[in-house]
Unconditional design. Structure first.
Length: 340
């Protein structure tokens, strides 16, 4: 059932006050009695009303010259490299970028969406794997321009910029298998997003297609992805009785944390344990890390997301969602040993 779209007229009718009074409350203007203000605010909250900031800005002829980029972790250079691409393309179009960092907190993501919309962001770019799907569905219902970066929501026809995580993960595990590894662990996170799930599915498919039995004890999960989380997962792996010879990490931060743990405990990579990461963030090329990894073209993904966003902004009423998938590739360095 289609969700009813409420207007100021509806709120005025429900509250018994004039449209002018309702408008003052919505815009937080003075000279409204406290009891009146509270009654109108309660109705607004009850019906889930959101002012149409785009329409209001068009009526007032105010320019909306910025877009919002919401990311999960500014410390993860995957997101900062995407942000550089976003900023580069936005500047070419005369737009600024407001960057919001959520630290994987869902309530922060929702808060930033509301703030950006209220302040007339022309559109949103969402690189937020933990964002509540309902928030995105609400944007869809309101026809608010947005692009999902490295994320897909099942059953939702939205703009997407990503790589095929299933194929990319499968490629990474097949690389390890070709190097002779059959006991392969997977370091991942507990998020139930399609990107994370598809990397796990790609891992499982590569094992299955090479007649390698899936071992649930080789799956190591943490709530979020940070270097210290990879360190903890590596500790668990070293404490296990049946130890793998190689690890496929679902992102580079987990892989780097594992490398740090192995080094501290006296293990050599790749002589004692091989590891392949995912993302190809800049730090992985340092000689002290030298991580073999799957490259996602992060800067280019940022650029493409802005291009698609403006196709929707400048498009017709019957705009069709655009899904653009970059091809990932393996960057060979020195963290995988050939034991074939």
């Amino acid at each position: 059932m289609k969700k009813k779209k409420y207007t100021i007229v509806n709120i005025a009718n429900l509250s018994g006050f004039s449209k002018a009074t309702v408008s003052k409350v919505i815009r937080n203007k003075p000279y409204v009695k406290k009891s009146t203000k509270e009654k109108i605010q309660n109705i607004i909250k009850e019906i889930g009303y959101h002012p149409d900031e785009i329409a209001r800005s068009l009526v007032s002829k105010k320019n909306m010259n910025f877009i919002g980029l919401i990311i999960s972790d500014i410390n993860n250079s995957f997101f900062s490299e995407v942000a550089l691409g976003v900023e580069s393309e936005a500047k070419k179009r005369g737009y600024n970028v407001i960057l919001c960092n959520t630290n994987y907190l869902e309530e922060e993501e929702k808060k930033y969406i509301d703030i950006l919309i209220r302040n007339r962001a022309t559109g949103l770019l969402l690189a937020t794997p933990t964002l509540d799907d309902n928030n995105i569905k609400e944007l869809m219902a309101r026809k608010y321009p947005f692009v999902l970066i490295t994320r897909k929501i099942k059953g939702l026809d939205s703009n997407i910029v990503s790589v095929n995580h299933y194929k990319s993960a499968k490629m990474a595990v097949n690389y390890l298998i070709k190097k002779g590894h059959k006991k392969i662990a997977h370091f991942t996170v507990e998020e139930n997003t399609i990107g994370v799930v598809n990397r796990l599915k790609g891992y499982e498919a590569a094992l299955r297609e090479n007649d390698i039995k899936f071992n649930k004890n080789f799956i190591f999960k943490n709530r979020i992805s940070k270097i210290e989380c990879g360190y903890k997962l590596a500790q668990k792996l070293l404490a296990s009785a049946d130890r793998p010879t190689a690890i496929f990490a679902s992102d580079d931060l987990l892989a780097i944390g594992a490398l740090d743990c192995f080094l501290e405990k006296g293990y050599k990579v790749p002589d004692d344990l091989s590891i392949i990461g995912y993302d190809n963030i800049k730090i992985t090329s340092l000689k002290s890390i030298n991580l073999t990894t799957v490259n996602q073209p992060k800067f280019e993904m940022g650029v493409k997301s802005v291009e698609i966003l403006f196709e929707q902004i400048n498009g017709k009423e019957d705009f069709k969602a655009i899904k653009y998938y970059f091809k990932a590739k393996i960057v060979e360095r020195g963290s995988v040993l050939d034991i074939s």
